[in-house]
Every structure is written in structure tokens, then in C-alpha cells.
Design a protein around this ligand. Structure first.
Ligand SMILES: N[C@@H](CCC[C@H](N)C(=O)O)C(=O)O
Length: 283
């Protein structure tokens, strides 16, 4: 039996897409199959899997499925389930528009485990940058993270999924953050479900640079929810007032994302999304 797939990325955070509109193709999609697909040597390779499902088959409360035609079923590379993926949802939207399953000229609602997200296509074009209303961030308070013997204070930000943002002198792999081959140490009572850890360096006012170690995927070239968490932590550190609109340009190893914190308190992330391949797999 073979299954259709596509491959795509958003700022080099890369995904295997599994079109499965009527939930016939991939069954339960066990963690072992996700991990096999994401394996970079024995599989297709990816930081995660995006299963494309019609929202009417989703009966989990809180997904917004009743207001959307499509549900993004996101899995990390190790097969674990995550609530939300900021780069993934842009790639998911690119796929829908490219296949004629959605219209780029209108806002596109997509159901996720973190609720309904609304996507807009720059200039209504099917091939431009994509913006996602990521909702209202939830501040979790202060915590600490460590790499080896070096620890930093960090800010907890919930973007639907959990983040710890640490400001550091330099994010270079040759510095204290290092190559991030292993998961940073964090407070498991603060993050009982694990955490995505972002290390951030200032570049210029309103402009930062980051690296990320993702829960369930290891170090990735980019993380959309992570960039949003970083923008929130950076704006708060710089004294953002309640109701003030601020923007952060966030450089990641795989590209640049722009994050707006609106006067209404919502986070809007903008960036590219690219489809690079399609085929069939028997994994
Ligand atoms: N790369 C994603 C985040 C994917 C989920 C994350 N690893 C988690 O487990 O919370 C993004 O672009 O947001």
C-alpha cells in the first residue's frame, strides 16, 4: 500500500504533509510511523508531520473545528502530538491554496488543537508571504533553563504550546549555548508536558536573533510559535505598555519571521511557506 505525501518548509522548519481529507489513508497514524517518515536517513525527513484532515471528522473540543473546513493534525518528529505549529500552519495553508482547496483572496480559518487560527495571504496571492493570527499569548512567569553547567533565567510564554525564552549574549554554536545536540535542562514541575527552549540575542532595536531546541524534534532551523514567544518576551523586556502595538523581526537559522503584537493583544506572525516535493511512500 502506498500513501500520497508532500514535503514543504517554512523558514526551513520542514514537514511531511499527509493529505488525508477523510481519515481513510493513515488510520491512527501511530507515533512509530510519524518517526519513520521524519527519519532523515531512512525516511523522507522532517521536523514534523502535518496531516491534512477535514474538520468535520474532528470531535475534540476547543479545536474550532465547527468553524473551519480543515484541521491541522500536527505531530513532532518523534511522533508526539503538539497543540500548534506556527511554521507548519503556513505550509498547510500553502498546500490547501495550491490544490484549489482554499481561496487565497479570503481569510482562511484552520482548526488546530490550540483552537481556530485565521490565515491571510499577502495581497490575496497564492504564492506570497502568509500571516497567521496566533491568538493571545499567555505569560507563565519566570523560570530557568540550562545547557551543561551554564544556566539562564527564562521567561515562560504559552503560545498554545509551551516555551521558555532565555536572553543570552550570543546564540553562536561556538558560545555557551553550544550545538544544542541535547535537550536543555528545564524545570519539569514548571513544564510538566515538556517545553520548547529559545535562546535569543539582540541584533538592533526591535530585531533579534534566536535558536531553538524543540520539544519532540530537537534543534530545528526555525520555530514559528517560538518566534512569537521570543517577540513577546522581547517586547515585555523592552517595556511594552498594555495596548501598545509592537513589531519584532526575528532572525532564525532558516530565515526571518515578522511578529506583530497588536494593540488588541493578539500575535500575528508573517513568513514564507514553500512546497518542494510530492510523491508516494510506503512507509
Ligand atoms: N515548529 C513548530 C512548533 C512545533 C511543536 C513543538 N515542537 C511543540 O512540541 O510544542 C512551530 O513552527 O511553531
Amino acid at each position: 500500500m502506498t500513501y500520497p505525501f508532500l514535503k514543504g518548509h517554512g523558514t526551513e522548519n520542514d514537514f511531511v504533509l499527509l493529505p488525508d481529507p477523510d481519515l481513510h489513508l493513515h488510520g491512527e497514524l501511530p507515533a512509530s510511523r510519524v518517526a519513520a517518515l521524519c527519519d532523515r536517513r531512512a525516511g523522507l525527513g522532517g521536523d514534523g508531520v502535518l496531516r491534512v484532515v477535514r474538520a468535520r471528522y474532528v470531535d475534540q473540543p476547543g479545536t474550532g473545528a465547527e468553524q473551519a473546513e480543515w484541521f491541522m493534525d500536527y505531530r513532532n518528529a518523534d511522533g508526539s502530538v503538539a497543540e500548534m505549529c506556527g511554521n507548519g500552519i503556513r505550509v498547510f495553508a500553502r498546500h490547501l491554496v495550491t490544490e484549489g482547496l482554499a481561496d487565497a483572496s479570503a481569510p482562511l480559518p484552520v482548526a488546530t488543537r490550540d483552537g481556530l487560527k485565521t490565515i491571510t495571504f499577502a495581497g490575496g496571492a497564492a504564492d506570497g508571504e502568509i500571516s497567521v493570527d496566533m491568538g493571545v499569548p499567555r505569560l507563565m512567569g519566570d523560570t530557568t533553563v540550562a545547557v551543561g553547567e551554564t544556566s539562564w533565567g527564562a521567561v515562560g510564554v504559552d503560545m498554545g504550546n509551551p516555551h521558555a525564552v532565555a536572553f543570552v549574549e550570543s546564540v553562536d554554536a561556538g558560545g555557551p549555548v553550544g550545538p544544542l545536540l541535547a535537550e536543555p535542562t528545564f524545570d519539569r514541575s514548571f513544564y510538566p508536558a515538556g517545553v520548547n527552549v529559545e535562546f535569543v540575542e539582540d541584533v538592533a532595536p526591535g530585531h533579534v536573533r534566536m535558536r531553538v531546541h524543540e520539544r519532540g524534534s530537537g534543534e530545528t532551523r526555525s520555530c514559528g510559535t517560538g518566534a512569537c514567544a521570543v517577540a513577546v518576551a522581547s517586547a515585555l523586556r523592552d517595556g511594552r505598555a498594555e495596548g501598545e502595538a509592537v513589531t519584532r523581526v526575528v532572525d532564525l537559522p532558516g530565515g526571518t519571521l515578522t511578529v506583530d503584537w497588536t494593540a488588541e493583544g493578539r500575535i500575528v506572525m508573517t513568513g514564507p511557506a514553500v512546497l518542494v516535493a510530492r510523491g508516494e511512500t510506503d512507509l
